[in-house]
Design a protein around this ligand. Structure first.
Ligand code: GLN
Length: 248
């Protein structure tokens, strides 16, 4: 069968911290290596787009200033994003993007940014000037896939009341200084604080995201239907980090 994957990267011009763009490059390469046609579209502030036509919607991380600047536009798309999720568009959110799908985010200067409110989680500001920064490793369960996810986090926001976290923190902070858990995953959206960017260092997660996105148009498609790809550089990067923290 000829597969194709249509992706929309929201606010690509302002939400791209710590190489989040690399996530899109990895999806493109891993799709094209398998003969899956990959199309990347973008959606900026005030651009007319129906997000429900895509297989995957991606929103990266950003500084408070950028988050504040895009919020009126994002909130105006709430109904359309709900429609996209109802129609099984998979949503991948990093850091600042992840925060905005919850109830609210209190920025470092104390201002409150209302989120889309799809989920009960909310993000408070931490103690003045304190941020969760550094390498992070988590044990995650993505449907049937159990994997260690590695990355880098840098966020002031402390996300609380996460009912279905993405994984358990082995090294680093995660949703907040003392959370012990990282990110959010509910089968429809994957939100995480992991930059690095996320997908180049975690090929299994990249293939999982491709699988979820393909399932929109091909519900019976499964992770094991993807042909295998060698990941020598990715595996080396993972090995180095896991060894550094003496994690098996
Ligand atoms: N501005 C947000 C925070 O500091 C998100 C940062 C990010 O996306 N890395 O918590």
């Amino acid at each position: 069968m000829n597969y194709s994957l249509d992706v929309c990267w929201m606010y690509h011009d302002i939400m791209d911290l710590y190489g989040d763009k690399g996530n899109m490059m990895v999806l493109k390469k891993r799709c094209e290596d398998r003969g899956i046609k990959f199309t990347l579209d973008t959606c900026g502030i005030q651009q007319k787009k129906d997000l429900s036509i895509y297989d995957l919607v991606f929103l990266g991380g950003g500084a408070d200033k950028e988050q504040i600047s895009l919020i009126p536009d994002l909130l105006s798309r709430k109904e359309n994003i709900q429609k996209a999720m109802d129609e099984k568009t998979f949503i991948l959110l990093i850091c600042g993007g992840y925060q905005l799908f919850g109830q609210y985010y209190i920025a470092a200067d104390g201002s409150k940014i209302n989120g889309l409110g799809f989920y009960p989680y909310y993000t408070d500001t931490g103690e003045q000037g304190k941020r969760c920064i550094g390498n992070i490793i988590i044990n995650a369960k993505l449907d049937d896939l159990e994997t260690k996810i590695i990355g880098f986090e840098n966020h002031g926001g402390q996300t609380k009341n996460v009912v279905t976290p993405l994984g358990k923190v082995i090294k680093g902070y995660g949703n907040s200084f003392d959370a012990g858990f990282e990110g959010f995953y509910n089968g429809k959206i994957l939100g995480t604080y992991l930059h690095g960017p996320l997908l180049p260092k975690n090929p299994e997660v990249a293939d999982f995201v491709i699988t979820k996105a393909l399932q929109k148009r091909h519900p019976s498609f499964s992770y094991s239907d993807l042909s295998l790809i060698d990941n020598p550089f990715e595996n080396k990067a993972r090995e180095v980090l896991l060894q550094r923290f003496q994690i098996k």
